[in-house]
Design a protein around this ligand. Structure first.
Ligand SMILES: [Zn+2]
Length: 176
């Protein structure tokens, strides 16, 4: 067999390149290696199921919008639901209703809980418009099963400036 880099035929070069690609670690390999460092550091210990900031973020799956970075969230700080556009879909409403039941049963006298819906500029999944954000916030406030103790707010993340701006201040659901 030809050692790498000395193949002479036109066919051998792409095959060599292909086998080299197969040996490269995938993105998942890189992430799992980082997980071993994370587990070894022990910072996962003591995190609770109820988020310490009493916050649930609904936002886009775009990697530029990762709330852990954009909002400086640490492990256990917040619940996060992400989908294309950060839209309030029926599935999101079901998840928020589940969190409401969790909050009501675990900390019935506890501090208020906020759901922050965060859309962003340059979104490929959802051409950003204030009316879309307002509609999503209203849809969640109007939905069945959303506790009156859970307020809902709307925000926009600007991917150019890195800043999140509050567009719709927090308010409790009307139906709750
Ligand atoms: Zn997006």
């Amino acid at each position: 067999m030809h050692p790498h880099g000395t193949a002479q035929s036109g066919l051998a070069a792409p095959l060599d390149a292909e086998s080299a690609r197969r040996e490269e670690p995938t993105g998942a390999h890189v992430a799992l290696a980082r997980n071993r460092a994370f587990a070894a550091a022990g910072r996962h210990e003591g995190a609770a199921i109820l988020p310490s900031l009493r916050l649930l973020v609904v936002t886009c799956l775009d990697p530029r919008v990762d709330p852990a970075h954009v909002l400086g969230l640490h492990l256990g700080d917040a619940m996060v639901i992400r989908n294309g556009g950060g839209r309030v879909t029926p599935a999101v409403i079901d998840d928020v209703a589940f969190v409401c039941r969790l909050v009501e049963s675990a900390v019935p006298e506890g501090p208020p809980f906020e759901v922050a819906v965060i859309h962003h500029t340059q979104c490929r999944a959802n051409a950003f418009a204030p009316s879309t954000l307002a509609a999503d916030v209203e849809r969640l406030r109007d939905a069945d099963g959303i506790s009156a103790r859970v307020s809902v707010s709307g925000h926009v993340y600007d991917v150019d400036t890195g800043q999140v701006r509050t567009v719709i201040p927090a308010a409790a659901p009307r139906s709750g």
